[in-house]
Design a protein around this ligand. Structure first.
Ligand code: C5P
Length: 235
């Protein structure tokens, strides 16, 4: 994985409400990015068809469902996800060791290549005051690293984290965890609601393995060309 071609490190977020738009985006981006990310909006609307649309276009799928439930339920959901032939699945690290271990067991119990299990630590939408309101002590970064360590010890292959957390997680956990990083803005593109974004180059230099890119691709006049530019920037 560490010797991936630049374009294969790009994950296009299919943050669209319906299948037609997802299909069109996948057809434009196939061959120019490594994976497509199917998140809650599209999956709730279209279910497994959304996964197949990306796969049919030749794009492996990162299924970003951020599962968080009792271990038995998450194990079953992870097994069902693995049966869709996806490449990566997310759970919330806050679900705890047993839940993460159950997710891993669910992924292992399906036939075929086991998808990578990624844990989400602290949502980047949460501010220090939000953690304090949940009686969580210390800084956001401390809590991120605490949850990241717990998740990896419990069986996660990697983590989803903001560009600004990559270095701290690498320092604490070393080179092994796969780090998937959203909040990516190529130089000169609009930040949108990403307050703590980074350029593709900066995120990779900090230690990211994969970059999740949504609006800079989706809103480009030519998404394929936008993807090629990012791949060149990091190449
Ligand atoms: O459009 P944009 O590039 O900001 O999209 C980023 C994608 O990564 C979205 O699908 C968003 O839900 C996801 N994401 C994020 N920040 C996180 C976790 C996921 O932006 N902390």
């Amino acid at each position: 994985m560490r010797d991936l071609a630049p374009k294969d490190r790009l994950i296009a977020a299919l943050d669209v409400p319906a299948l037609d738009e997802a299909r069109s985006l996948c057809r434009q981006l196939a061959g120019h990015v490594g994976l497509a990310k199917v998140g809650l909006e599209l999956f709730v609307a279209e279910g497994a068809r959304a996964v197949r649309v990306a796969q049919d276009a030749g794009l492996p799928v990162f299924l970003d469902l951020k599962l968080h439930d009792i271990p038995n339920t998450v194990e079953g959901a992870a097994r069902s996800a693995a049966r869709l032939g996806i490449r990566m699945l997310t759970v919330h690290a806050a679900g705890g060791r047993k839940m993460i271990g159950a997710a891993r067991a669910g992924l292992e119990s399906a036939a075929g290549e086991r998808p990578l299990l990624l844990a989400v630590t602290v949502l980047t939408s949460l501010a220090p005051a939000d953690l304090a309101a949940q009686s969580i002590d210390g800084s956001v970064e401390e809590h991120v690293v605490r949850l990241a360590r717990l998740a990896v010890e419990a069986g996660a292959d990697g983590l989803v984290c903001s560009p600004h957390e990559v270095a701290a997680i690498r320092a604490a956990l070393g080179a092994a965890p796969v780090l998937v990083v959203p909040g990516i803005r190529p130089a000169g593109s609009a930040p949108g609601d990403q307050a703590r974004a980074a350029t593709p180059r900066a995120a990779l230099d900090a230690g990211a393995d994969y970059l999740v890119v949504g609006r800079p691709l989706r809103e480009a006049a030519d998404p394929a060309q936008a993807a090629r530019r990012i791949a060149e920037e990091i190449g």
